[in-house]
Ligand binder design. Structure first.
Ligand code: ADP
Ligand code: ADP
Length: 225
């Protein structure tokens, strides 16, 4: 079963006519259910652009985006937002947790926005935090957590609405090497347990080697790494 299929994705940015940078030039990618793929490329190659298109945050100039077998290329903004909320989780280099809310509340809020009841949302938040070893941190605000703990809470938030697809942009890039190593292990554990498909951009080739396969973004196309 295919969770993500990108076909012939083209994307450029206008820098004032007639100049345009073509970032993606016919990128193709297929992610099977449960597959974890590393996305490797130099800075500026277009990794964030690709992740935003795959996650329905941005639209390509040409090409097709399918998630969970649904072709969302020409869907309305409303349909794309609904598909994103139901099927995609995002993780970034920085945690982007809401500072005035506790760890558990940061995981409850996206569930409430998605129509879950408060008791159900709270139970899921606690279960997710326990799964990443943060059962004792549910009522802590982000500022009271270490960098690695903050990032683990961000993983739980990404999984709050039980997505099919996780998109991560340098998820441990902000952490020191030893912490990055453990926290990446936590992320992989969560992904494997939930059977999620994941596309994880990283500069760290050791982390890339721990995934199922590597794709490289080269001259706007994806090639086996
Ligand atoms: P990466 O994530 O691999 O560093 P990005 O996808 O962020 O790469 O950017 C790819 C290229 O597109 C870069 O040259 C960047 O400067 C350019 N770019 C990205 N976003 C925009 C934008 N909104 N407007 C103009 N150029 C952009
Ligand atoms: P909300 O339910 O808060 O309105 P959205 O449905 O807009 O959230 O977004 C779903 C996911 O996409 C969230 O995890 C959010 O972090 C991410 N997201 C939304 N907009 C952007 C953006 N412009 N850039 C990066 N990530 C975004």
């Amino acid at each position: 079963e295919t969770v993500l299929r990108l076909t012939g994705i083209e994307k450029g940015y206008k820098l004032g006519r007639p100049n345009e940078v073509r970032v993606l030039r016919g990128a193709d990618l297929t992610l099977a259910a449960g597959e974890v793929v590393a996305l490797v490329a130099p800075s500026g190659a277009g990794k964030s652009t690709l992740l935003h298109i795959a996650g329905l945050l941005d639209t390509p100039d040409a090409g097709r985006v399918e998630i969970g077998g649904q072709d969302l290329s020409a869907a309305s903004d409303r349909a794309r937002t609904a598909a994103r909320r139901g099927m995609v989780g995002f993780v970034y280099q920085f945690h982007h947790l809401l500072p005035e809310f506790t760890a558990a509340e940061n995981i409850v809020l996206p569930q409430l926005a998605n129509g879950a009841g408060p008791a159900e949302a709270e139970a899921r938040a606690v279960a997710l935090l326990s799964a990443v070893g943060l059962a004792a941190r549910t009522d802590h605000r982000p500022a009271a957590l270490s960098g690695g703990e903050q990032q683990r809470v961000a993983f739980c938030r990404a999984l709050a609405n039980a997505p099919r697809l996780l998109l991560a942009d340098e998820p441990t890039g902000n952490l020191d090497p030893a912490t990055s190593d453990t926290v990446f292990g936590t992320l992989m554990g969560l992904v494997r347990e939930t059977g999620l498909s994941a596309l994880i951009a990283t500069h760290n080739l050791d982390l890339a080697a721990r995934m199922d396969r590597v794709v490289r973004l080269e001259a706007g196309r994806l090639v086996p790494g």
